[in-house]
Design a protein around this ligand. Structure first.
Ligand code: AMP
Length: 598
């Protein structure tokens, strides 16, 4: 079904009574988007009226939009750093939220190289749960029979730390999977996973992936959908199968679990699930030992109706690879969410990735939209930004998302740029355009221009003793390999050819760049194995001038030309690659621990 018809038609006949309730809820929220928003703002401002933050701006218990908009500034994470640091250090007073901060959610966005810490409160879990509960009722409208089998989802928990004041700091999904909402969820025939909780909750990523894959293989005929949160995660699972199918088949054949799985509760749980199945073992060996892995997902899980993975935003780069492994199965992007707040869902999840629009649910937070003009210089004290309310955004225009949450973020810029594609009732639907200031991304890492610049500067110090400098650079996220990796093109000025930097030195430069990257990047390299070693490709002298000539030949202004710090346009890649004189990979892992560096 096309996006348009989903917007204009009612959602459709529900699969069961529970779904009917969920769909009615979506209709109610989206029909009354503006009044729901007004109520949400009033609830938040009432709940938090005595917080230090709202008192500072002299809101005097007002709960209306006008007072709120005239008194509270639009802010970014950096503006809240002092408050967040105090909470992290153990100040339990009502700084941002009247409700106690239950934990910090560690965002994949960074500030000063470290993950952002998002304060959250207990009741937010209910709100997230509510959004999750709407996903299957919508999916059931498009894909019948999902109660006749299972979902193979690769879901993981990540490491958690405590702040100096003793609050937990962990990713939002880790928080959710470890919550009672998830662990003791009631049986729902439409939402049965092949992975047992013990496998999802095992903090060792190898053991977790190994057992989830084993369960998925064992249940292969029952699997109706295959997924992970992001496309990169699903491809990592395929890569894992490529590396481990021999051992996995061995376990299936004998019904015994690989000794590398040491977690006692996981071993006990798998002991009850694993049964010797020589025929299945033969099948897995046969399929996995074929030279081509094209269509491997549908070969192993022949009843898969769709892939459930986010392929919008930075993840769009993985669409061709997913199509290759799945024979072009539909890719459902079901929701749009962040550590700060869960935003909304896709009401037409089986549409093409390029047509995905997310409907923001007006009950999740109070939403405002900052018109996005890529050419404007930003706003000043004299010309403050004019923010638009949820129901007032205009089709075709781009906006930056600004949220006010129950946990105490007020007029907070999320950093996402969205374009309005239409409306469902009075709730707008948004195409995710991009995240502001992100140059490179392989998994959940987000590297911006300043971080890349710093990394190049740090690495190029190693070249000084060779009288060599980096005259120009650009970058590329290479996702043809799994895991993908950063490629940095360097044009060097070597002043003393007899003493030019060796392969070893350039390898050390790769590592120095990795050491300079933010903690999400380094965690991806070290703990998650979701990013491969960084590569430097040294190009011939004059290459960047050729790049400029090419851009000018295509209409760029010579006066305004700037070297692109990230490239992905095929002719430019071809030009760069044809000028490569040497390639070098990082020889080791950078440093990373769950603890913050500062
Ligand atoms: P985090 O706070 O680490 O969970 O990251 C949240 C960010 O991930 C969002 O602000 C978006 O930039 C991105 N994101 C989340 N969901 C989607 C989606 N469905 N499509 C594209 N990007 C997304």
């Amino acid at each position: 079904m096309a996006v348009d018809s989903a917007i204009s038609s009612p959602l459709g006949p529900p699969a069961c009574e529970k779904d009917a309730k969920a769909l009615r809820f979506i209709e109610e929220m989206t029909r009354n988007a503006d009044s729901v928003q007004e109520q949400v703002l009033s609830d938040i401002l009432t709940q938090n009226s005595q917080t230090e933050y709202l008192r500072r701006f002299k809101l005097n218990r007002a709960t209306d939009r006008d007072s709120f908009k005239s008194k509270l500034p639009v802010i970014a994470y950096e503006d809240l750093q002092p408050e967040i640091q105090r909470i992290a250090n153990g100040d339990r007073s009502a700084i941002l939220s009247a409700h106690p901060i239950s934990e910090f959610l560690t965002s994949s966005g960074t500030s000063a190289g470290e993950r952002k810490l998002m304060p959250t409160i207990k009741e937010e879990l209910d709100r997230r749960q509510l959004l999750y509960s709407l996903l299957m009722p919508v999916m059931n409208l498009y894909v019948p029979g999902l109660d006749k089998g299972k979902g193979l989802y690769f879901l993981f928990v990540k490491s958690e730390t405590r702040t100096p004041g003793g609050l937990l700091a962990r990713p939002v999904l880790t928080s959710y999977y470890k919550s009672e909402h998830f662990k003791t969820r009631p049986y729902d025939p439409y939402n049965v996973y092949t992975s047992p909780n013990e496998a999802i909750l095992c903090s060792d990523s190898f053991q977790s992936m190994y057992t989830q894959m084993l369960c998925g293989l064992q249940d292969r005929h029952q699997v109706l959908r295959v997924g992970a949160v992001f496309a990169s995660g699903l491809l990592r699972a395929i890569r894992f199968l490529q590396l481990n199918w021999r051992q996995l088949s061995q376990d299936i054949e004998t019904g015994t679990l690989n000794q590398k799985v040491t977690d006692p509760s996981l071993r006990e749980c798998m002991g009850k699930i694993l049964k010797p199945d020589p025929e299945l073992a033969r099948f897995v060996r046969h399929e996995c030992s074929k030279e081509s892995w094209e269509g491997i997902i549908t070969r192993i899980w022949p009843n898969t109706k769709y892939l459930d993975v986010i392929v919008t935003g930075a993840m769009a780069q993985y669409i061709p690879t997913l199509d290759y492994y799945s024979g072009g199965l539909p890719k459902a992007c079901t929701m749009y969410a962040s550590s700060e707040c869960y935003f909304g869902l896709n009401l037409n999840p089986m549409c093409k990735p390029s047509e995905v629009s997310y409907t923001i649910m007006p009950n999740m937070a109070y939403f405002e939209f900052l018109p996005h003009d890529p050419n404007s210089a930003g706003f000043t004290r004299d010309s403050p930004p004019k923010l638009v309310d949820l129901v007032d955004v205009e089709i075709g225009k781009e906006y930056e998302l600004v949220i006010t949450t129950y946990a105490g973020l007020c007029r907070y810029r999320v950093g996402d740029i969205l374009r309005v594609t239409g409306f469902h009732n009075s709730a707008p639907q948004f195409h995710f355009v991009r995240r502001k200031n992100v140059l490179l991304s392989i998994d959940s890492d987000k590297t911006d221009e300043a971080e890349l610049q710093k990394a190049v500067e740090n690495a190029s110090r190693l070249l000084r003793e060779f009288n060599t400098s980096v005259v120009e650079y650009t970058s590329y996220a290479d996702t043809k390999t799994i895991p993908g990796h950063y490629v940095i093109y360097w044009e060097l000025l070597v002043k003393d050819a007899a003493n030019s930097p060796t392969d070893d030195v350039l390898k050390q430069c790769c590592l120095a760049m990795e050491e300079s990257m933010n903690s999400v990047y380094r965690q991806g390299r070290v703990a998650d194995n979701s990013i491969g070693p960084l590569e430097i490709r040294v190009v011939k002298n004059g290459t960047f001038e050729e790049l400029m000539d090419y851009a000018i030949s295509r209409g760029a202004s010579i006066n305004q030309y700037k070297v692109p710090r990230c490239v992905n346009f095929t002719p430019i890649m071809e030009l760069l690659d044809s000028r490569v004189v040497s390639t070098h990979f990082s020889p080791a892992l950078p440093h990373w621990t769950p603890e913050r560096r500062r």
